[in-house]
Structure formats: C-alpha cells, structure tokens
Design a protein around this ligand. Structure first.
Ligand SMILES: Cc1cc2nc3c(=O)[nH]c(=O)nc-3n(C[C@H](O)[C@H](O)[C@H](O)COP(=O)(O)OP(=O)(O)OC[C@H]3O[C@@H](n4cnc5c(N)ncnc54)[C@H](O)[C@@H]3O)c2cc1C
Length: 280
C-alpha cells in the first residue's frame, strides 16, 4: 500500500496534532505502508494487467525543487481515491427562498443553526468544512435546530467538538491544538505521556501512542486533548466532558481513575501538567 498525500503530513487537518500524524506514519511504516507526501497523482493508465500511476509535485508546494518535479511511477493493482467533498445544494429551491450560501455552495448558518431566512435551519455536512463534517456533529446540530425551531435558544460549541479517526492506532482529538491555542493568545502548556507507561497498554500489547493535553499556563484550564493509541476514540469522551465543563488539569489529575485502564493516561498527563508526573 502506498499513500499519496498532497500536503506535508498524514491527516493534515488543522484539528489534528502534528505528533499524532507522525506517530501514525511511524506505526503504518512498521506495517510496510509507503508514504509519498507533497505529491499528487497526475495520471493513472492501464498497463498490462496493472495500473500505472504517475505522481507529480503537489500544487501546494511553494517552490518545488528539481527533485520534487521528477515524476515518480508506480505500478499497482488498485487505486482508491478518497479526497474531495462538494455541496449538493443547487436546484432544491434555496435560490427561490434566498437562503445564503458561500461561493462554493455550502449553506451559511449561525451557531443556533439558523440560516438567514427565518424558519429555515441547516445542519450537517451541508454547512461545509468551515464547520465540522462529522456524523455526531450533524446529529448534535440537528438537535439544536429542532429545539430552536420549538422556541428554545440553544447553540452548538464547535470548540468542544470531538474528532475520531479509525486508523491503527486510532486518533482522537477535542479542542485546540498548540498552534491554535497560541494564536488565540493563550500562554500554552503542552504535556504528553506515552501509552507504553500504562499497565493496561502493556497487557493489551498495544503500547504505541501518546496523550497530549494543551492547557492554559495561567489558569490550568484544559484547552485541547490529542490522543493517538489504542481505543483513543473511546478515551476522547472523558476529555470532551472535561472541556465542556471547563475542567482544569488539576481537577482532572485529582479525579480517581480505575486501574489498570487506558483512561489512566488522562490522569497521568494531567499530573504531568501540574508538575507531579507519576509514571510518564
Ligand atoms: C468515507 C466516509 C467515512 C466517514 N467516517 C466517519 C466517521 O468515522 N465518523 C464520523 O463522525 N463521520 C464520518 N464521516 C462523515 C459523516 O458521514 C457525515 O458527517 C455525516 O453523514 C453528515 O450527515 P448529514 O446528515 O449532514 O449528511 P448525509 O449523511 O450525507 O445525509 C444527507 C442525506 O440527504 C440526501 N439528499 C441529498 N439531496 C437530497 C434531496 N434533494 N432531497 C432529499 N434528500 C437528499 C442524501 O442522499 C443523504 O442521504 C465519514 C464520511 C465519509 C464519506
């Protein structure tokens, strides 16, 4: 398997911590998966019983070197294209109603899911990548829209919207990355603990990965949590509650966690963030 990525790292999403991308790439490499970053597929041709794929430099490269520009050819059995989503909002009467969309056609809605037209709500993927295109977010937005349509005043908080990526190892995140927190003016603290320090990870034989907590240096408030490792997509629920409740690293560290569990990684990382590192 060869993964071709136009940007400079795997999962180059603003919400995904760079360390998570690196650890995923390292673990996938161990499984003999090859990576071509800063490259795009220029051409796919039938060649005998195979497909001949020609790779060129990424259009996102500022100044491609001569080496970057050299075409690379791979012969493969199958090609799986998994990029690109576009809105399907033409011809369903939005123009007649005057519902505002952006230049690409994604519907514009506020955090109460109201469009610019009273009584018309929009939720889910149709809001586009400036919001969060995930199933559980669409579902929560749907509940907010339904309650507001019945006269409530609910809003959705995208700052505590968890993301889950079902790779091996899994990746999950909630809240801000270090860069995002800095750009919002926080004095940022970042603490990480490796899964290999957990008894449960050793028992499971799944020791790859780490937890990272981004916190506000001044108040200790948790601003973001980034997990890569076994069951990360389940573990992120605790972090999401912590962010939703405005929890500090001290409060999370002092929360008793059952042993031996993977969830202890949250407690261990929080202890580190208050300068009382236990096992990692
Ligand atoms: C390959 C893939 C993997 C994914 N994995 C995950 C994941 O692991 N976790 C996660 O949270 N999210 C995942 N997502 C994203 C998730 O599927 C979407 O965020 C979610 O389905 C959005 O829900 P939605 O209701 O907005 O849109 P959709 O689920 O797309 O529903 C829209 C529906 O409207 C219908 N429709 C379109 N036009 C009309 C029309 N004119 N009239 C009537 N009906 C119409 C469509 O047929 C469709 O059934 C994944 C997406 C993809 C593509």
């Amino acid at each position: 398997v060869t993964v071709v990525e136009a940007l400079s790292r795997l999962l180059p999403l603003p919400s995904v911590d760079e360390d998570c991308s690196k650890i995923l790439q390292r673990e996938m490499k161990k499984r003999k998966i090859e990576f071509m970053v800063n490259k795009t597929v220029d051409r796919v041709e039938d060649h005998k019983k195979k497909l001949r794929v020609t790779l060129g430099p990424s259009p996102f490269l500022d100044k491609p070197s001569i080496r970057d520009k050299e075409p690379l050819v791979r012969e493969v059995d199958k090609v799986l294209v998994c990029i690109g989503r576009e809105p399907n909002t033409n011809g369903i009467g939005l123009e007649d109603l005057g519902v505002k969309r952006d230049e690409k056609g994604w519907i514009l809605a506020d955090e109460g899911m109201h469009t610019n037209i009273s009584g018309v709500y929009a939720i889910g993927d149709v809001l586009g990548p400036s919001k969060v295109m995930l199933a559980h977010i669409a579902s929560s937005e749907g509940m907010v829209a339904a309650e507001n349509a019945m006269g409530e005043k609910r809003t959705i908080n995208y700052d505590v919207a968890p993301g889950a990526i079902f790779t091996t190892p899994e990746i999950a995140n909630v809240g801000l990355t270090e860069e995002q927190a800095k750009s919002r003016g926080y004095g940022v603290r970042s603490d990480s603990v490796l899964f290999r320090n957990l008894g449960k990870a050793q028992v499971l034989g799944e020791i790859e990965g780490q937890a990272k907590i981004i916190s506000d240096m001044e108040t200790g408030k948790i601003l973001g949590v980034h997990l890569v490792g076994a069951h990360a997509t389940d573990l992120i629920a605790e972090a999401t509650l912590a962010l939703q409740m405005g929890c500090t690293v001290k409060a999370l560290a002092e929360t008793i966690h059952p042993h031996p569990t993977l969830a202890e990684v949250m407690m261990e990382t929080s202890f580190k963030a208050v300068g009382k590192s236990l096992h990692g």
